[in-house]
Design a protein around this ligand. Structure first.
Ligand SMILES: [Zn+2]
Length: 231
């Protein structure tokens, strides 16, 4: 006799940046197992990939996870995690002074996204400027072994949506990666820091935790950000 099939509950949420309505289910035991194994690796490439795989299985809505903004992916992951394992997450945080491990319980249902959207228009001079867009998971080259600085440059380049020079507009289809990278290299430091500011101010899922160390009493403040901090 065939065993009965377990039907999963369906939930919906709205992604904070793209405002897309997404239908999803909680993750299953086998999926959680894969996630925990990825988490143990402490390797962001492996963690990001396993989160994308997991979301792909849990989301019913047609959604290209490599194209939507990373912030939306993070938000969606936390919603699914809350429905799957519960609203609290126990974290071990190292004291900045004595490195003692302090256990902190985070209420994931209370996480909020800082939604101040940076101005996508960056003026480079009187006639030239560019328009930026949010980075997506696909922009973070997952098999990339390049240095952190190189990765930041790549991320910046991938966020350039268009460049204009007077009446002339160059969209992504007009740019090859080499030309774009040379264009960014030719900026002066003021122009470059405006690009950097845009990237830094993109809404992220963040949570500030402050606690007194149980061993030495030092006041610690930590900002949790990124997928691996919210397992
Ligand atoms: Zn301490």
């Amino acid at each position: 006799m065939a065993l009965p099939i377990l039907e999963a509950n369906r939930y919906t949420c709205e992604l904070p940046i793209t405002k897309k309505k997404v239908e999803y289910r909680a993750f299953l035991v086998k999926e959680q197992k894969h996630l925990l194994i990825a988490g143990e690796s402490e390797d962001n490439t492996i963690i990001n990939r396993s989160v994308v795989d997991l979301l792909q299985s849990c989301v019913y809505t047609d959604l290209n996870l490599k194209e939507i903004p990373i912030s939306d992916v993070e938000y969606l992951f936390v919603q699914i995690r809350v429905k799957s394992v519960g609203e609290t997450s126990d974290l071990l945080l190292s004291c900045t002074k004595c490195e003692e491990q302090n256990e902190q319980v985070i209420d994931l249902s209370k996480l909020e996204m800082n939604m101040t959207v940076p101005d996508p228009h960056i003026k480079l001079n009187e006639t030239m400027g560019l328009y930026m867009t949010y980075p997506s998971m696909g922009d973070v080259d997952m098999d990339d072994n390049s240095s952190e600085t190189e990765q930041v440059f790549k991320l910046m380049a991938s966020c350039v949506e268009s460049i204009y020079d007077g009446e002339e507009v160059y969209t992504r289809d007009d740019m090859n990666p080499k030309e774009l990278s040379a264009f960014i290299d030719s900026m002066n430091t003021d122009q470059f820091s405006e690009l950097n500011e845009y990237i830094t101010n993109i809404p992220r899922l963040e949570h500030k935790v402050s606690y007194e160390c149980k061993s030495c009493g030092t006041h610690n403040e930590v900002v949790l950000a990124g997928l691996s901090d919210f397992f």
